[in-house]
Each structure stands twice: as structure tokens, then as C-alpha cells.
Design a protein around this ligand. Structure first.
Ligand SMILES: Cc1cc2nc3c(=O)[nH]c(=O)nc-3n(C[C@H](O)[C@H](O)[C@H](O)COP(=O)(O)OP(=O)(O)OC[C@H]3O[C@@H](n4cnc5c(N)ncnc54)[C@H](O)[C@@H]3O)c2cc1C
Length: 283
């Protein structure tokens, strides 16, 4: 389906790096770090996966050349996870060679539950070889996450904790917000206490306030964790957090393949749909 880009521009920083880079700089000037995400998922041919790997490597060069405060986030299905796991590993390692050369950091986003085990396996392999240059994401809503968190804490891995964005069945995931918030807090506690630095990815005021209180009551310094939010959502919350001395990172997606990402943001909150519709009618 072809939709005009202006519909997505609240959540997507541009269709290429040249459009996204000034937005990254603007955020950096506000004291906000960024993770850039080249949009796309589920590549099924090697030509596209090879091209994507090259594009990510060029992105790391571009961030370096423009001296931006930005890491990158990737999806393994864009590097060929649906084609062949070994092939995907080669692409991931090619990218991580570049990240190490640039003293950069690559976060592997977590996709739907069909990919969880393979994503974690590849992450642990990459972590052995590339150490602090690679990180992972855990979705609190999955029942399996308790065990995954234990293994990641044991490894002192760099973890972004989020609720989870995919429509998983109740046989695999909590569906109720009270349950999801409870496990989110449990895993955040383990990560903050057991690893060097934790990334709390949420727009949920309840969890943001809980994290601040937890850190305060346990004398956790503000430079031991960061809040992560998505581009286009709650910028004033990010600015307030920076003013209060917290670290903040915004996930900035860009690229032409924005439709699946954009659709997930719309599904998450009806306010997002109203925002898009009201903008449509203003055009
Ligand atoms: C940086 C980042 C990276 C992510 N990476 C992944 C990933 O790799 N894999 C994955 O599956 N998911 C990822 N997600 C998505 C995540 O899993 C959730 O789907 C998404 O963040 C929605 O959950 P939430 O906790 O932000 O808040 P929600 O559950 O959407 O909202 C809960 C409450 O927060 C408050 N709130 C939220 N938004 C607003 C607003 N705009 N204005 C006012 N109040 C608001 C309201 O009180 C609301 O009831 C990521 C999210 C972030 C922020």
C-alpha cells in the first residue's frame, strides 16, 4: 500500500539520513541522545539484506562524520534472519566490525515471538566477540522474559527494557496492563541492580515515576540508567527529564519503509490516530 509520507512524519524523521540528521542534531542540542533506526523488516532476499547491511555501515560512518550523539538500532530480519541464521550472523558481524572500528554501539531490536530465541542466540554470540558494542531488547510482556533477564543480568548485558509492541497470544504474553507494569518493574529492578547501565523504554508516566522513585530510594545514581522514548511522542516529557538531570535517548526512525512501524504506533494509542487524522484534514 502506498501512503503519502506526510502522514508518517510525526513519527518518522525523514525518508533518508540527510533528512534525519538535522533532527538528531536538534535533539542533541537539547541534551537528548538518539538511537537511529533505518526502517524496514522481514527482508526475504540476499540482495536486499546485503544492501541493508551496507546502508547500516554507511549510517555509522555518517554519524561519525557529522559528530552526532547517536547509536543505531537494527532488526535482524532486515539482515536476513528469515533467509538463513548463519547468513544473518555474517551480516551482523560485518556491521559490528564497523561499529567497533567507529567505537560505536548497535542495539538489536526485539521483534515478534517467532524470532525471540534466535535473536537472543545471535546476541549472546555477538556479545562474546564484540562486548560493549552490542545490546539487546527485552519485552516485559513475554512470560519467558523472566529467564531471559536472569541470563542477561548474569552476563551484565546492555538491555533496553520495553513492554512489547507485537500482538502476541495469551499463551505467550501478558495482555493486561497491570500485569505488564508489574513484570516491567520486577525486571527493571533486576537490571538496574545487576548490570552497569539500564535503558528504560516507555512513555508510561506510572513507570517513569516509579523508576525515578526506585532510583532515589535505592541511592542509584542518575548516570546508571536512561529513559528511552520514541520520536514524535512526549518531547516535553523528555525535556523535563533532562532538566531534572536524567539521561534521555530518543529512538529516531527514518527511511522509506515506514508503514509497519507507523501502523504499530497507531495501534498502540488511539490519540495517535486522532493526531494523524487531524493533520490530514488540515492539509
Ligand atoms: C525507545 C523504545 C524502543 C522500543 N523498542 C522496542 C522493541 O525493540 N521491540 C518491541 O516490541 N517494542 C519496542 N518498543 C515499544 C514498546 O514495547 C511499547 O509498545 C510502546 O513503548 C508502548 O508502551 P509504553 O510503555 O510506552 O506506553 P503505553 O502502554 O502506550 O501507555 C501507557 C500509559 O502511558 C501514558 N502515555 C503513553 N503515551 C502517552 C502520551 N503520548 N501522552 C500522555 N500519556 C501517555 C498513559 O498514561 C498511558 O495509559 C520500544 C519503545 C521505545 C520507547
Amino acid at each position: 500500500m502506498q501512503l503519502p509520507f506526510f502522514l508518517a512524519k510525526r513519527f518518522v524523521a525523514g525518508e533518508d539520513f540527510s533528512h534525519a540528521a538535522p533532527k538528531v542534531r536538534e535533539l542533541n542540542e537539547k541534551g537528548i541522545s538518539v538511537t537511529l533506526d533505518l526502517l524496514g523488516e522481514n527482508v526475504t532476499d540476499r540482495e536486499t539484506a546485503d544492501a541493508t547491511t551496507r546502508e547500516y555501515c554507511e549510517l555509522l560512518d555518517g554519524i561519525h562524520e557529522q559528530e552526532l550523539d547517536s547509536t543505531i538500532s537494527i532488526k535482524l530480519t532486515m539482515l536476513g534472519l528469515d533467509i538463513d541464521t548463519e547468513y544473518c550472523r555474517q551480516n551482523l558481524f560485518t556491521l559490528l566490525d564497523k561499529a567497533r572500528e567507529r567505537d560505536q554501539f548497535v542495539r538489536i531490536d526485539m521483534e515478534g515471538s517467532d524470532y525471540t530465541q534466535r535473536t537472543l542466540d545471535l546476541f549472546f554470540d555477538a556479545r562474546k566477540k564484540y562486548g560493549r558494542h552490542v545490546g539487546i531488547v527485552i519485552q516485559a510482556y513475554l512470560y519467558r522474559s523472566r529467564e531471559d533477564i536472569a541470563a542477561l543480568v548474569h552476563d551484565k548485558a546492555d538491555v533496553r527494557l520495553c513492554k512489547g509492541a507485537y500482538n502476541e497470544p495469551s499463551s505467550l504474553a501478558y495482555k493486561n496492563m497491570t500485569d505488564i507494569r508489574a513484570v516491567f518493574k520486577e525486571y527493571a529492578t533486576e537490571l538496574i541492580k545487576g548490570t552497569d547501565f539500564t535503558r528504560i523504554a516507555t512513555h508510561d508516566d506510572h513507570l517513569i515515576e516509579w523508576t525515578k522513585r526506585f532510583a532515589d530510594e535505592n541511592a542509584i545514581p542518575k548516570d546508571k540508567f536512561e529513559f528511552q522514548l520514541l520520536y514524535g511522542l512526549r518531547l516535553s516529557t523528555c525535556e523535563d527529564l533532562v532538566d531534572e538531570g536524567y539521561r534521555v535517548r530518543i529512538y529516531v526512525p527514518y527511511g522509506t519503509m515506514w508503514l509497519p512501524y507507523f501502523s504499530r504506533r497507531l495501534r498502540e494509542r488511539k490519540e495517535n490516530i486522532w493526531f494523524i487524522l487531524s493533520n490530514m484534514f488540515r492539509k
